[in-house]
Each structure stands twice: as structure tokens, then as C-alpha cells.
Design a protein around this ligand. Structure first.
Ligand code: AKG
Ligand code: FE2
Length: 376
């Protein structure tokens, strides 16, 4: 498939397959178009919110299926620039359609729907300070760095799995950062299509906005917010994972020019997904990045945190022939070079599989957090 053709086609192309559609997306019936949605400030929360198996936090509301599909925003991206905090991020309208919980009765947004932001952590006891790893954990982290050659696996040319790569302390900090960003402007929402089909996950983009319907467009439906930037420590982790993968390829394949097999990259986009335990994602290719990035095979670096996932991958969109690998909390999966455009997806999330040590330190919901870093 040529690039121009690739770029035009949907990222989650599974959705185009009618027979798979019911399996991999949630078909909701949108009510009438209600216009831009307002993100509810936390102190103004109304009753109601997300309805799924794991949403213990909120009651469902009759209006929670309503999604507006406006397309009149002009979005300034933060592509390639330094991180922006949620307080000074530009947001023309305070918005996003996570979960509609009511209507504004007064002020500038009078009559507009109010939405409940999606919190990847459950309410209740919260850890307020940044987690400091114990000495043992610090040592484990060091040990991990040393034995990367044992814990790393080359799944196919350009595709590397680094098992238990992200230390518990770093996982805790990633969850906290994603929770904070996810509750702010441009935070988590459930992406979908105009016809009401929805992806079975919550999504937030860092660096540059991507949406299944609009792709990497300046003008996004429903969204008027500049995306948060990629936190610097996230980028450093990605860089280190790529360096360690290069060392692994050199060691195992004896390759002299590892960049030919797995090119390096500097991430300027991160798509953050949160899957509750009934979440999933159909087989698709990531091919909306620039033709240059795809031609060079600049890798996608994926970090998994929380419950484990059955991850599928293969050369074709063929569920029967796809290979399966378990992605556990702390694993890093990289696919670049010849594997850059493999089909991949999440078959299922395995309930109660998150590490107890993580759950002791953060109140992450049952489910899985996944971050995929790319260079546009
Ligand atoms: O959750 C995952 O492991 C994969 C996510 C993914 O493929 C994507 O966001 O494009
Ligand atoms: Fe993907």
C-alpha cells in the first residue's frame, strides 16, 4: 500500500470490517448533536459518569451515551516543543467529551453539556507525594539494566520486547503523571466515529493530537485544546530503551549497523490508552505518521502498565494467523525497521494481573495503561 493511500485509510482499519466491528468497538447510539462539551471542573462534578464493568467510581447517567461531533476547531499543536503544564495550556473552549454528566445552567457555556473527565485512578485514598523507590527497588532497577540481554527478546527483525524494563518506581510516576494530565484540558476521552462506533479504550495524546477520525489534523472534532507536551522523563526512558535494544540486537544478531535494523528516534507524539478490563483494540497498522518517518521505519515504542494484555501481531489482518505475546506491567515493546507497519492489536486485558507492588502505591483502576511513542 502506498503512503498516500495508507495515510488516507483509517488507523484502526479493523473498524471498516463490519463483521469485526461489533467485536472490537462499542456501538453507541449518539443522540442529537449537542455542540461542544465542557469539561467539568472537579469541584463542580455532577452525579453520573462512565458506565463500564470497572467504573466503581460513578453512577451511570442517561446522557452518558451522547457525543458531539463538531468540527470547527483550529488546533495549535505542541509538536516538537517542550512540555506544557495543564495550567498554562491554551484551550479556546474548556472541553472534552469524556462522559457527559449534565448541562451548564449559567455563564458563557450556558446550555452546553458538562462532561466528567476520565480518571485512570479510583477515588479514595490517594498518594499525594511522588513515589520514592526503596533501596531494594533501586537495586532491582540497576540489576534490570545490567541483565537487559537476558530479559530482552527479538521477536522479529526490528521488533524487540524488553520484559520488566520499567522499574516499579517509574511505573508509579508514569501513572501519576498520566492521571494528572488525563484530568486536564486535552485529557482522556473515548474516541469514536461519527456513526457512533467507539473504540473500547480511553485515549489522550501528548505532543500532537491524533484521533481515529481526523488523524494528525490541525482541526479535530470536538477538541479545542492544545495537547499536553511529552514529559522529559518519558522521552529519556524511550531513548534508553532504544539504546538497550540496539545493544541487544548487536549482541544477539551480531549486527554491526543496528540502526539499519532498528532506527533510533526522538518521540514527539505519545498516544496514551487506558483499557478497562473489557477493553480491546482491533488489528491495525500505525501508519498515520509522516511518509518520511514511515519510510525510515522510525519505531513505535510501547510501554505497558497495570493489568497484562494479550497482544497480537502479524503481517496481515488475520486473527487466526497472528502471533500472541503477553505484555505485562513494565514491559516495553518496540517495533520499527521492517516491522514498523506490522498489524497489531490488543485481544484482551487479563483482570487482576497488575503487580501488587504497583497497586499498593497507586490507586490505578482495574485495567491497563499503554503509552506508544512515535516520531511524526
Ligand atoms: O495498547 C497497545 O499495546 C497498543 C496500542 C496501539 O497499538 C496504538 O495506540 O496504536
Ligand atoms: Fe497501534
Amino acid at each position: 500500500m502506498g503512503h498516500s493511500e495508507s495515510r488516507k485509510s483509517a488507523k484502526y482499519t479493523t473498524l471498516l470490517h463490519k463483521e469485526r466491528m461489533e467485536n472490537w468497538t462499542e456501538k453507541e447510539h449518539p443522540t442529537e448533536d449537542t455542540g461542544p462539551l465542557l469539561r467539568a471542573p472537579l469541584e463542580q462534578r455532577l452525579d453520573g459518569g462512565p458506565q463500564d464493568d470497572d467504573s466503581l467510581q460513578f453512577e451511570s447517567s442517561a446522557t452518558s451515551n451522547s457525543r458531539s461531533q463538531q468540527d470547527d476547531s483550529s488546533l495549535t499543536t505542541s509538536f516538537g516543543k517542550s512540555p506544557v503544564s495543564s495550567s498554562n495550556r491554551r484551550c479556546e473552549h474548556q472541553t472534552y467529551p469524556a462522559h457527559m454528566v449534565g448541562f451548564r445552567s449559567s455563564g458563557r457555556g450556558r446550555g452546553l453539556p458538562v462532561v466528567e473527565p476520565f480518571d485512570i485512578c479510583l477515588s479514595g485514598r490517594r498518594k499525594s507525594s511522588t513515589y520514592e523507590p526503596s533501596l531494594t527497588e533501586k537495586n532491582n532497577g540497576k540489576k534490570m539494566e545490567h541483565c537487559i540481554k537476558e530479559t530482552g527478546q527479538i521477536l522479529r527483525p526490528g521488533m524487540v520486547l524488553l520484559k520488566s524494563y520499567v522499574t516499579l518506581g517509574k511505573q508509579v510516576n508514569i501513572v501519576k503523571k498520566c492521571q494528572e494530565l488525563g484530568l486536564g484540558p486535552g485529557g482522556f476521552y473515548q474516541p469514536g466515529y461519527q456513526d457512533g462506533a467507539k473504540l473500547r479504550l480511553q485515549m489522550m495524546c501528548l505532543g500532537k493530537r491524533w484521533d481515529p477520525q481526523t488523524k494528525y489534523e490541525e482541526r479535530l472534532q470536538n477538541d479545542y485544546c492544545e495537547p499536553p507536551g511529552i514529559p522529559n522523563d518519558f522521552s529519556l526512558l524511550v531513548k534508553k530503551a532504544l539504546e538497550d535494544s540496539h545493544a541487544l540486537i548487536m549482541e544477539q544478531d551480531g549486527a554491526r549497523n543496528v540502526e539499519d535494523i532498528l532506527p533510533g528516534m526522538s518521540p514527539d507524539i505519545c498516544i496514551v490508552n487506558f483499557y478497562t478490563t473489557n477493553g480491546r483494540l482491533g488489528l491495525h497498522q500505525d501508519h498515520d505518521e509522516s511518509p518520511e518517518s514511515l519510510d525510515r521505519g522510525l519505531p513505535v515504542v510501547s510501554i505497558s502498565i497495570g493489568d497484562s494484555a494479550e497482544f497480537l501481531y502479524g503481517d496481515k489482518r488475520d486473527y487466526d494467523k497472528a502471533e500472541k505475546v503477553l505484555l505485562e506491567s513494565g514491559d516495553v515493546l518496540i517495533f520499527g525497521g521492517k516491522s514498523r507497519q506490522i498489524f497489531h492489536g490488543v485481544k484482551s486485558i487479563i483482570p487482576n494481573s497488575a503487580p501488587p507492588g504497583l497497586l499498593r502505591r497507586v490507586n490505578i483502576r482495574p485495567g491497563r495503561l499503554n503509552l506508544t511513542f512515535r516520531q511524526f
